[in-house]
Design a protein around this ligand. Structure first.
Ligand code: NAI
Ligand code: MG
Length: 516
């Protein structure tokens, strides 16, 4: 197999009229499909059900972007059955052939790129550039894992020779697993969490988040067209507490690949450790959870660059990224000038319907809106509200970019994941205290430092305990292959999606010794 080396997909910035026109046309096309119905995908067939999930446009919730069939226990059983049946042969496919299917899917995704971006704009409220970055990431996962998988093809493990014997060790896949995805990166994370296990010979039953079922169905149109054999990938939209929990606890589930909240992640960890009747293995579980990510700025920093990075990291996609900056930690002398700059720039951010490509679109759902607003109320008692702090006019779930100053490090808004456009500013006396505060939560996903002091940068490199640390740049937008992604502590199992070791999680090693 000869393929060109992996390169990240470029992100469209929509700086040209040509790109903007394409996007407007794609938005129109997607709008004309509003209300379309998508079935489940089970054992290679599109299957409808009695119940449905409606996906709404958070910029205008009266609009139904589409409906998707809703799976229950019967469909979950059928999907696991199909996945195990497919596993019998898929596991023995030559690695090149499996990789080729991912490359085909990536090519199809590239062809439908604008349409997929427009779907994200309407289904979850991403701005155009955020949508473009996410579709690029989904393509990257397919392209990257397709190539990485070739590393593990038989025989790939070096063992020490032993006299009189032939010894070999090789990797084999685990079996049929369950993928459970969040709504905030509903194409990139959803695609990546399936592509990894599948490319090395596992089969999956995938449950997308309830709010983003239409983009999930479009991913499956692409996988279907790419030609995955029946049962290798199965789409099972449904409620987390029902079909999600059922799949997690099922004795035939071999592994669970989960990205989502801490609360659900901890429940899954507990659930997989209980042996279900008839279960014959220790389930493997991968958990990518929340964050309370901090940017530190010291008095030597380039304040303009810092301000820019802070705004993008805190308010991009309305702060609904696990990597988003939700704490800004400023040393004594940096405090006033940075706060003032951030405030001045944040005041000018435009909030509006995502299709108009504003700086901030709506938050994802009514539930998100309620959660963020309730944290803002908590914040009013904990810090000094200097910007925003309210819902905006309009049908959509619009929340003003919000800034709290003088927040104590122990405050709830400085400790708990809010997942919205809310930034808590914390004052510290020096860089040492800044690091202590930064490390002072249960999470450890991303973090950043803006400084011109080499000693501070090097100290952060060693002591800032996060899975993804960024020095003098924004803390969001990890690139596949470039910055393997995953967090420490309660941010998860540090699975490092888009990293060189990711596929190993879904393999086990077999050793065979033959004596002559
Ligand atoms: P969530 O935990 O509410 O839902 C995630 C998925 O789990 C959904 O598909 C949901 O239906 C399902 N689910 C819910 N209850 C379940 C149960 N009892 N059993 C099985 N499945 C169940 O999270 P949400 O709100 O969709 O996503 C936001 C969260 O995801 C944030 O906490 C964010 O930090 C985290 N996240 C972490 C990332 C990382 O790489 N560390 C990346 C992106 C998001
Ligand atoms: Mg929606």
């Amino acid at each position: 197999m000869t393929v060109e080396p992996f390169r990240n997909q470029p992100v469209e910035t929509f700086a040209t009229e040509e790109a903007r026109r394409e996007m407007r046309e794609a938005l129109k096309r997607v709008r004309s499909e509003f209300g379309r119905h998508y079935p489940l995908y089970l054992g290679g067939e599109w299957v409808d059900t009695k119940d449905q999930i409606a996906s709404r446009n958070p910029s205008a919730p009266s609009q139904v972007v589409g409906t998707v069939a809703k799976a229950g226990k019967a469909e979950a059983e059928a999907a696991l059955e199909a996945a195990w049946k497919a596993f019998k042969t898929w596991k023995d496919w030559p690695q090149e052939d499996r990789s080729r299917l991912l490359l085909k899917a990536a090519a199809l995704m590239k062809r439908r790129r604008r349409e997929l971006e427009a779907t994200l704009v309407y289904e979850i409220g991403k701005s155009w550039v955020e949508a473009s970055a996410e579709v690029a990431e989904a393509i990257d996962f397919l392209e990257y894992y397709a190539r990485q998988a070739l590393k593990y093809k038989y025989p790939s493990v070096e063992v020490v020779p032993y006299p009189g014997e032939d010894n070999e060790s090789f990797y084999i896949p685990l079996g049929a697993g369950v993928v459970i995805a969040p709504w905030n990166f509903p194409i990139a994370i959803f695609t990546g969490m399936m592509a990894g296990p599948v490319v090395v010979g596992n089969t999956v039953v995938a449950k997308p988040a309830e709010d983003t079922v239409v983009i999930a169905a479009k991913v499956f149109e692409i996988l279907h067209e790419a030609g995955f054999p029946p049962g290798v990938v199965n789409l099972l939209p449904g409620e987390g507490k029902e079909v999600g929990a059922y799949l997690v606890e099922h004795p035939r589930t071999r592994f669970v690949n989960f990205t989502g909240s801490l609360e659900v992640g901890l429940w899954i960890q507990e659930a997989v450790s209980r042996l279900a009747p008839g279960q014959r293995w220790i389930k493997r579980v991968f958990l990518e959870l929340g964050g309370k990510d901090a940017i530190i700025v010291d008095e030597t920093a380039d304040l303009e660059a810092a301000t820019e990075g802070i705004l993008v990291s805190a308010y991009g996609f309305q702060g609904q990224k696990c990597s988003a900056a939700s704490r800004l930690i400023l040393t004594e002398k940096a405090y006033e000038p940075v706060l003032e700059r951030v405030l001045r720039r944040a005041e000018r951010l435009v909030v509006g319907p995502a299709e108009e490509n504003p700086d901030l679109g709506p938050v994802a759902s009514k539930a998100q809106e309620e959660k963020v607003l309730s944290y803002i109320e908590v914040g009013k008692g904990e810090g000094r509200l200097v910007l925003g702090g309210r819902r905006l006019e309009g049908e959509g779930y619009f929340i003003a970019p919000t800034l709290f100053a003088e927040v104590p490090p122990e405050a709830r808004i400085a400790q708990e994941e809010i997942f919205g456009p809310v930034l808590s500013v914390i004052r510290v006396k020096d860089f040492g205290e800044a690091l202590e505060v930064a490390n002072g939560t249960v999470y450890g996903l991303t973090g950043g430092v803006y400084s011109r002091k080499r000693e501070h940068l090097e100290r952060a490199r060693r002591e800032f305990h996060v899975g993804n640390l960024y020095l003098n740049r924004k803390i969001t937008g990890a690139l596949v292959g470039v910055q393997p992604f995953g967090g420490f502590n309660l941010s998860g199992t540090d699975t490092k999606a888009g990293g060189p070791d990711y596929l190993l999680h879904f393999l086990q090693m077999k050793s065979v010794a033959e004596r002559f």
